[in-house]
Design a binder for this molecule. Structure first.
Ligand SMILES: Cc1cc2nc3c(=O)[nH]c(=O)nc-3n(C[C@H](O)[C@H](O)[C@H](O)COP(=O)(O)O)c2cc1C
Length: 437
């Protein structure tokens, strides 16, 4: 029997394609969330495990030292808060997992634990938290800080944070709500406890004042890519979202995470790794390739991509000539794993900045062709990597209904016919859905 793999979608609550001739006028109203609710319904029809909403909390000005690039090209800005959208999506779907990103650097643990619990109840057990520690000093400056702590120190903070919020979710025992009419008791106070957490970074008395949610704690997603990040993710995450470099790099990543999870006393099968991919499908292979080429040739494609990577790393990529290799010693206190991945390119060390941008669009695994061909490419890659699935995301910051439907109505049926992905939901919570196979 073929081993099935999981599908998720990674998106930003930012403007989708609003300017091409195919963008319908209602898309200009994207900020009301309806475009993304439609998308979530499409994903649910295609039996995706989850939709994941990215987040950062700033308008970047790393590229050229000005906000112009971010705002002109709508790269990570404007961006709406993911939580209300997660609630809106949850209220308009029944099986799809909904994941929102929240930063351990800016939310207080109590607020986050309370919010996750509430949203998981509203989503009837389908909510997930993408745990990030943020990567931009510009974000820190919106919260009264001059700069973020050093990269690895942020993970130390995140580890303690994770401990506090879990203790808060556990502050209500599973059977604390009794609703006993005889004794007129809603909740048994003997089963609700203070946590009296007093750590290096956080202090919280507890208990949480929300009622336990169906999953008790949200499903945990994480994208740590640096050694420190992988260590944290392997110990905490139900699902790791990753950018890989070719099937060999992806296999190494997955083997490493599974070994780390096992060393942390976890069953490695409880930690799923989903690799970001951006498939391009069309009726013929030639058409699909033409479509992929058109994206790279689009005006502003390179600049948009550089605004994006500048935003994630706070390195000004406008200062480097496009047709020369980058200086080899670039470092960041931001997304370290993402910078290394970008700079690695095809691994030759000779690629120019422009070639690195063009390489990045492949997301470590080029998937171009007819639905049948791409389904086979995905199956082959999964076979070589060992599992667990893919996280679809649109490259080029021009998400459209057409692209979503090409995936849900062309690619997914091909995958389903081959028995490679889910054709129905068998469980009710996101964590169970992720663990189903
Ligand atoms: C698929 C994916 C999604 C991510 N989403 C976010 C996000 O929404 N917000 C954020 O601040 N960082 C996000 N990141 C960045 C990660 O949290 C992390 O900083 C990055 O992968 C680099 O890993 P490192 O910090 O261990 O070096 C994402 C990374 C990946 C690969």
């Amino acid at each position: 029997m073929t081993q099935k793999f999981h599908l998720g979608w990674f998106m930003n609550f930012t403007p989708p394609d609003w300017e091409s001739e195919w963008a319908s006028p209602d898309v200009r109203e994207w900020a009301n969330g309806k475009f993304y609710v439609d998308m979530a319904r499409d994903l649910e029809r295609a039996c995706f495990d989850l939709i994941m909403i990215e987040d950062t909390v700033m308008v970047a000005d790393a590229y050229g030292g000005t906000m112009e690039g971010s705002l002109k090209h709508a790269v990570f800005a404007p961006k709406q808060d993911p939580l209300p959208l997660a609630v809106q999506i949850a209220a308009n779907t029944t099986n799809l997992g909904v994941v929102a990103t929240m930063s351990t650097s800016f939310y207080s643990p109590y607020l986050l634990a309370r919010t996750c619990s509430t949203v998981d109840s509203i989503a009837e057990g389908r909510f997930g938290w993408n745990i990030v520690s943020s990567a931009e000093d510009r974000a820190a400056q919106n919260f009264g800080l001059d700069a973020l702590p050093e990269h690895d120190e942020r993970y130390n903070v995140a580890e303690e944070y994770f401990d506090v919020v879990n203790q808060l979710w556990d502050s209500w025992e599973h059977d604390a709500v009794v609703m006993d009419r005889q004794t007129h008791t809603y909740a048994d106070f003997n089963k609700v406890h203070t946590i009296d957490f007093d750590g290096k970074y956080f202090k919280s008395r507890g208990p949480l004042n929300t009622v336990p949610s169906p999953q008790h704690r949200p499903a945990f997603l994480q994208a740590g890519a640096s050694p420190k990040g992988r260590q944290f993710a392997a110990g905490a995450a139900d699902c790791i979202i990753a950018i890989g470099t070719g099937v060999e790099g992806m296999k190494e990543y997955r083997d490493d995470i599974r070994a780390r999870a096992e060393a942390a006393g976890r069953n490695p099968d409880d930690v799923k790794l989903l690799f970001v991919v951006s498939p391009t499908v069309a009726a013929t292979e030639a058409e699909a390739r033409e479509k992929a080429d058109r994206l790279i040739e689009a005006p502003n494609f390179v600049e948009k991509a550089l605004v994006g990577i500048s935003s994630n790393t706070e390195i000004d990529f406008s200062q480097f000539p496009l047709d020369e290799p980058l200086p080899p010693d670039l470092t960041t206190n931001g997304e370290r794993g993402s910078l290394e991945h970008f700079m690695r390119g095809d691994g030759s060390g000779t690629q120019t900045l422009r070639q690195l941008v063009e390489h990045r669009i492949k997301r470590g695994l080029e998937l171009i062709g007819t639905p049948d061909q791409v389904a086979d490419q995905m199956a082959e890659a999964m076979e070589a990597i060992g599992g667990d699935g893919f996280l679809i995301s649109k490259q080029g910051r021009d998400l459209s209904r057409q692209y979503i439907r090409e995936v849900t109505d062309m690619l997914v049926p091909a995958l389903q016919h081959k028995g490679l992905v889910r054709t129905e939901y068998a469980t009710s919570t996101l964590r169970e859905t992720l663990r189903e196979f």
